[in-house]
Ligand binder design. Structure first.
Ligand SMILES: Cc1cc2nc3c(=O)[nH]c(=O)nc-3n(C[C@H](O)[C@H](O)[C@H](O)COP(=O)(O)OP(=O)(O)OC[C@H]3O[C@@H](n4cnc5c(N)ncnc54)[C@H](O)[C@@H]3O)c2cc1C
Ligand code: SF4
Length: 467
């Protein structure tokens, strides 16, 4: 412990976000970093409490407290304080393949479990993590060669989101030959096509893919493994297959069968926004530009849709939230604002949320195009684009059918394991766990890699978190 009294002397200082009235006009990352002296002080706030619940990742009353990856948080907090970033990186990479993703988008359950937070404010664990990895990228200190001896075993990972990437990274560094198969043109899963650029810049994702490619992982994009012939070929040619296809099947809105145009799901809207903005394509899903937009739902996806619609230049934005306002108040009785709500307030002067509100009926023009809706409170809202962000119902079943794998919304595996009913086929990430978080997807990928390594070698030395 570098600074015994750090938590008494230094207040928590969060790295600033760019002001909402400025950032809403661009797609650049809004979370910034602290100067290195202040970052050191933030590391020095870690109390060496002796019971680091922050890294425990324990289930309690239906939630997980602490880091699901069991990141060695007090160790690297201390090294951030003493400026030993080389050693901090080594300890961080022992448990987390991609701190540059979690350091940006993790909701940081570690900070909720931080003992410093009992009598004051928690240590800035997530920002410290991000500082360590960004420093390493800046120093070009990351590249690891493949082991000199190869196992000569071949593993196919289907799906290139954080679960597939973590599994591939682990197995590559154990000396197996890994090919990642992705149906979309670019790898990254929801890191690329779901989470918007202002939260997770795409160059941060592609930088990692490039590094993995340099280290020996093969990426095959534009190949859909739900095609039975492709599935059979993967089964025949590889010693193990890990399915990491995510959970992209949206929960239905119940409005889809009315033949109305102008309704889409959040995931399709966000994917189209990335295709348009980052890849210069012209997808079929419309932009919100000039349209009256209503988003249904709460949570990350709904917020990301609001923020994206604002940046695209929507004519108005409303978010319908089914539950009452009281359900969302914090312990102090305040209504928390997501980054998207801050931006809507800055741009339009009002919080876009309407609580206890659902869609009662739709209005269309003579050609079936959406023009407005009536809410359950009886209000009429102009609406030309209705975006459903009410969560996900599970994984797509066609890929499971192609591999003969049992599925009940998610792939069926024994508790805490990644094996399936089919010999040499494993599953991980949202496809096994259900829609979750990047940190859990990485944990799942690491656990699947350890199981596959043991399956191929008869033993494993890979460290994996419990699922
Ligand atoms: C809009 C949105 C915002 C989010 N924001 C956050 C956040 O801020 N913080 C956070 O922690 N989590 C967030 N999440 C959740 C997080 O992104 C996911 O939990 C995580 O990406 C799951 O990782 P995964 O690897 O299991 O699957 P995914 O990231 O979904 O990747 C699955 C991949 O498999 C591919 N695939 C599917 N079928 C096939 C097939 N048949 N053949 C080949 N490839 C296939 C898909 O194209 C995709 O690339 C968000 C989710 C969404 C939708
Ligand atoms: S991965 Fe998430 S929970 Fe784990 S230390 Fe980082 S911010 Fe905390």
């Amino acid at each position: 412990m570098g600074k015994t009294t750090g938590f008494l002397e230094y207040a928590r200082t969060d790295a600033p976000d760019r002001p909402p009235e400025e950032r809403v006009w661009d797609w650049n990352e809004f979370h910034q970093s602290l100067p290195s002296e202040e970052r050191a002080r933030q590391g020095g706030r870690c109390m060496d409490c002796g019971t680091p619940f922050c890294q425990a990742g324990i289930a309690w009353q239906g939630q997980v407290l602490g880091c699901p990856l069991h990141n060695l948080i007090p160790e690297w907090n201390d090294m951030v304080y003493t400026g030993n970033y080389t050693h901090a990186l080594e300890r961080l990479l022992k448990t987390n393949n991609f701190p540059e993703f979690t350091g940006r988008v993790c909701p940081a359950p570690c900070e909720d479990a931080c003992l410093c937070g009992l009598g004051g404010r928690a240590v800035t664990i997530r920002d410290n993590e991000r500082a360590i990895i960004e420093q390493a990228f800046a120093r070009r200190a990351l590249s690891r060669p493949r082991p000199s001896r190869s196992s000569d075993k071949k593993v196919a990972v289907v799906g290139s989101g954080p679960a597939g990437l973590a599994a591939a990274d682990q197995l590559n560094h154990r000396g197996h030959w890994v090919t990642v198969v992705e149906r979309l043109p670019r790898p990254g899963g929801l890191l690329t096509y779901g989470i918007p650029n202002m939260k997770l810049p795409k160059d941060v994702v592609f930088r990692r893919i490039e590094q993995m490619t340099d280290e020996g992982v093969s990426f095959v994009t534009g190949l859909d493994a739900a095609d039975p012939a492709t599935a059979q070929r993967l089964l025949a040619e590889y010693d193990a297959v890990i399915l990491c296809c995510g959970a992209w099947r949206p929960r239905p809105l119940g409005l889809e069968d009315q033949g109305v145009s102008g309704i889409c799901y959040g995931i399709d809207f966000l994917k189209a926004a990335v295709e348009r903005k980052v890849f210069g394509l012209d997808p079929a899903v419309p932009t919100a530009a000039g349209l009256h937009v209503v988003v249904i739902g709460t949570g990350d996806t709904a917020s990301d849709c609001v923020a994206t619609a604002l940046r695209q230049g929507c004519a108005s934005i409303t978010q319908l939230v089914r539950r009452p306002r009281e359900d969302y108040l914090d312990a102090q009785g305040n209504l928390p604002l997501s980054y998207a709500h801050e931006e809507a307030l800055a741009l339009t002067g009002r919080d876009p949320r309407r609580f206890s509100s659902q869609v009662q009926s739709l209005e269309t023009d003579g050609e079936g195009a959406l023009t407005g809706l009536i809410t359950s409170q009886g209000d009429r809202l102009p609406c030309q684009l209705l975006i459903g962000a009410t969560g996900f119902a599970g994984c797509e079943e066609n890929v499971c059918r192609a591999f003969g794998v049992q599925v009940r919304d998610t792939v069926c595996t024994p508790p805490g394991r990644c094996s399936t009913n089919v010999e040499k086929v494993f599953a991980a990430g949202d496809m096994r766990r259900g829609q979750s978080l990047v940190v859990w997807a990485i944990a799942e990928g690491r656990a699947a890699a350890a199981e596959v390594d043991a399956y191929l070698n008869g033993y494993t030395s890979l460290v994996a978190p419990g699922l």
